[in-house]
Design a protein around this ligand. Sequence first.
Ligand code: NDP
Length: 321
Amino acid sequence: MAHHKVMVIGSGPAGDTAALYTARAGLQPHVFAGFGAGGPPGGQLMLTTEIENFPGFPNGGIAGPELMARMRQQAQDFGAEFEDVDVTKVDFSERPFKAWVGDDLHTADAVIISTGARSRLLNIEGEEKLISRGLHTCATCDGAFYRNKSMIVIGGGDTAMEEANFLTRFGEVNLVHRREEFRASNTMLERARKNTKIKWTLNEQPLGYLLRENGTVRGIKSKNTKTGEVSDITADGVFIAIGHIPNTDLFKGQLKMHDNGYLVTGAAAGGPSEYPNTYTSIEGVFASGDVQDHTYRQAITAAGSGCMAAIDAERWLAAQE
Ligand code: NDP
């Protein structure tokens, strides 16, 4: 068993920033860099290419994995300890708070949850088993497999636009969306519209996947939302870009959540003031980043809320002494 003053669960921009701030405050944070959802240490930015909107990186931005490596290094420089493992169970019912990695028990005086969110799937039976078998959730990770091939991108938000644009580096893209209107921002939509390698298939709701004899995905079965007609849309590979789900399974039954699964923080969770804060429904457990933010979901807002969680945790710990 190991005891820590502060335990950080998750290591995206929120977790790494919380680690940096608590490390500089002398709280020797222990960071579980995986988080119980099977994603990569470093979070969603590990699955992206250039980040053009993180302040401080002019002339084209910085690659996601590089930004995460730098954030981690900076936290480690001040003594934060990183462990590339997923927490498998937590118990926040009494102090010190408990977290397990398999049979390995860790306790802590304060916890900062920064487990982020993951890609939403279509909710079709057996879908998860098709991932990396012609079905993908990350264009930057898997796009290169489709050089001179055809791809379907499903979705109508910024992620779908970004992924579709990126994938045209490799081949033709058919963007399939269930409406004619888009959730994507004008900038991203216009950029995609100007890309002649993107074909638009609108008013189509995917119903299932078409499989080759070897079990890999060769397209989707889709229903036209206006006419009701069902048809096959084929391609060499399919990329899903239909939003995200918060990684909160680990905390079910322990922390207050919104209906959509995101953690409730601040005054609504019983925090000390109306002013935005990172308190969860259990005092001493704080949450930052996408796991509690379904509105902004940006690397910079996640990092900002990681900083807030660290300051909240530091002040709360000082008040306990
Ligand atoms: P969004 O929730 O914005 O969009 C999801 C899209 O998927 C919608 O068009 C939705 O359709 C569609 N969809 C959802 N469920 C299904 C389903 N079951 N079947 C078919 N289609 C479905 O998610 P994003 O991931 O695109 O974006 C999330 C946030 O991240 C946004 O705030 C976005 O601005 C931000 N972002 C910013 C980027 C940047 O600035 N570089 C890049 C990527 C994301 P419908 O519209 O009909 O509901």
